[in-house]
Ligand binder design. Structure first.
Ligand code: SAH
Length: 255
């Protein structure tokens, strides 16, 4: 039988958001290749495994993608059970598709274990429903940062009528705001910028399309953060401000 590699989503940070399937796979792995954004607490589920850190943070020194892929292949061909652990979901801005394809071309099959992507967790843990009747009928997940420097079609996105959930957007807040305003999106469109979603120290910066750049700067917004743009960003599902849903620590909210 061909060797198999698990591509596992570790979720946004809170280890309790890991799936049971992820926990089981981690418990069976011999070697685990771990990305930067994975909360180290998740590694408690694989005490038996050799852990190899292969971080790739934007703008920092990182392990080349080619090297990571070859490492997975080498371990798999040695007959080891290999788990590749990524933040959020492996197939949402996580190169899961590329890696699965590359492994397939080299005779190694993959099992992809979904994780909760940061955009979903950031919204929910801030009391924001990404769709809500009368406010948004859909959601668009986008990255503000692409490897080839291509920019998103901001005017198409402005007209989409969907909630925009932006990944890797911290350095692009000003540009995003200008482009969406130029495309005709209302200046008072609500925006929520959520840093370290589901982790201790999660922060929420509520804003609007026209003031998001100033607000992000004053707030000292840092990566990792998710930006939610659209009418739903003004919703708070929890009745009382500063009241967290059952089982979660209260978040620090800043105006
Ligand atoms: N595969 C991941 C995304 C990786 S891209 C997923 O599905 O979530 C990295 C980006 O994800 C970061 O720049 C940030 O925009 C977002 N991100 C990841 N973890 C986050 C967190 N805990 N809080 C806020 N944003 C997060």
């Amino acid at each position: 039988m061909n060797p198999t590699v698990w591509l596992i989503g570790a979720g946004p940070g809170d280890p309790e958001l890991l799936t049971l399937k992820a926990v089981k796979a981690l418990g069976r792995a011999d070697v685990v290749l771990v990305d930067d954004l994975v909360n180290p607490q998740v590694l408690e589920y694989c005490p038996q495994a050799r852990v190899v850190r292969v971080g790739k943070r934007g703008g920092c020194r990182s392990t080349p993608q080619e090297f990571i892929q070859r490492l997975m292949l080498r371990y798999a061909r040695q007959g080891l059970r290999v788990a590749r652990l990524k933040g959020g979901d492996p197939c949402i801005f996580g190169r899961g598709g590329e890696e699965a394809q590359w492994l397939g071309e080299h005779g190694v099959s993959c099992e992809i274990v979904n994780g909760i992507t940061a955009g979903l967790a950031a919204a929910t843990s801030s009391g924001i429903p990404l769709t809500q009747r009368g406010l948004a009928q859909g959601v668009t997940l986008i990255t503000a940062h692409s490897q080839d420097g291509a920019t998103p079609d901001w005017s198409g996105l402005a007209r989409s009528g969907t909630t925009l959930v932006v990944y890797m957007g911290v350095a692009k807040v000003q540009d995003m705001s200008s482009q969406l305003l130029a495309a005709g999106m209302a200046p008072d469109t609500p925006v929520a910028m959520i840093e370290r979603a589901s982790l201790p120290g999660q922060r929420l910066c509520p804003s609007t399309l026209e003031s998001m750049a100033c607000d992000a700067q004053a707030f000292r917004l840092r990566s990792p953060a998710i930006l939610v743009i659209g009418q739903v960003a003004a919703c708070r599902m929890f009745g009382v401000q500063d009241e967290a849903p059952p089982g979660q620590a209260p978040q620090r909210r800043q105006a």
